[in-house]
Design a protein around this ligand. Structure first.
Ligand code: PMP
Length: 288
């Protein structure tokens, strides 16, 4: 496997970064997870825009243009002969000293990995997931905006561990007000009386690229959709629930904390959304 590292495609075994890199020492960096479908990079411009916003929010000055990063991503996909897969784009603050200050990191580092991904076992896409609500809360936006896709994922990792300790593959994370924010690596949607609802980024949701795609798909399907504050009560009383993410794609939820959600099987709106999603991912791509 070839990995793009600071301007070169190198063998994975040679793709090494310094132990003084602040991405490693402090989680000071940003990333994107991007999907390749049928030789196309899905919504590349949208991912790169979110990436630039994350960098700007962290005052991380990137010396590469969007076109250069885009080219590097396409080169990495080609070098690995991938037709379908997953790209991880990472920029770290770069090599510094043992102090926190980014001022002593002269140049950021960039790397791109293109590989395969299978987030959930296939049967869960048919039968649905049983998920749990976990104690670890989503980051308070006043501490660190949940819109920044940074290398600091510790509370999401704690939440993932808590889910696994309950035998679940994914978890609902509440914000510090007790409202539903999202899952550890996915956005959450419910269907209630024929309408789709999802929490806003103010409530702690990442502005997911697939989440955005669901807004477009809902319009195509003539299903009303809006951002709305949600509590667990809303999920208990939802007709349907599903999760979205680049890795997860669109996956139904049929149980929360041991309670059946909706009919206990993937619902009709989920099925329609999934069908259009399958078409959209083959169309909305950048050829490489
Ligand atoms: N929330 C979190 C915390 C995430 O890490 C992700 C990405 N895995 C998502 C939501 C979904 O975002 P996207 O659709 O852009 O993959």
């Amino acid at each position: 496997m070839k990995v793009y590292l600071d301007g070169q495609l190198v063998e994975a075994a040679d793709a090494k970064i310094s132990v003084f890199d602040h991405g490693l020492l402090y989680g000071d960096g940003i990333f994107e997870g991007i999907r390749i479908y049928d030789g196309n990079v899905f919504r590349l411009e949208e991912h790169l825009e979110r990436f630039e916003y994350s960098a700007k929010a962290l005052l991380l000055k990137m010396p590469w243009s969007r076109a250069e990063i885009s080219q590097a991503i396409c080169d990495t996909c080609r070098a690995n002969g991938l037709n379908d897969g997953y790209i991880r784009l990472v920029v770290t603050r770069g090599k510094g000293d043992l102090g926190l200050s980014p001022a002593l990191c002269p140049a950021p580092s960039i790397f791109i990995i293109a590989d395969k991904i299978a987030l959930y076992p296939p049967e869960h896409y048919v039968k649905g997931l049983a998920i749990v609500t976990v104690p670890t809360r989503r980051m308070n936006p006043a501490a660190l905006s949940p819109a920044i896709k940074s290398l600091n994922y510790l509370n999401n990792i704690m939440a993932k561990i808590e889910a696994q300790q309950c035998g679940a593959l994914e978890a609902i994370m509440l914000n510090d007000q007790g409202m539903v924010a999202e899952c550890t690596g996915d956005n959450v949607f419910i269907v209630h009386k024929g309408k789709l609802y999802t929490p806003s980024s103010q409530q702690g949701a990442l502005k997911g690229i697939i989440r955005d795609a669901i807004f477009d798909i809902a319009k195509t399907l003539n299903v009303p959709i809006e951002e709305h504050d949600l509590t667990r009560y809303d999920i208990w009383n939802a007709d349907e629930c599903f999760l979205t993410g680049t890795g997860a794609e669109v996956i139904p939820v049929v149980k929360l904390d041991g309670r059946q959600v909706g009919s206990g099987t993937p619902g009709p709106i989920f099925q329609q959304v999934l069908e259009v999603f399958r078409e959209v991912v083959r169309k909305d791509g950048t050829k490489f």
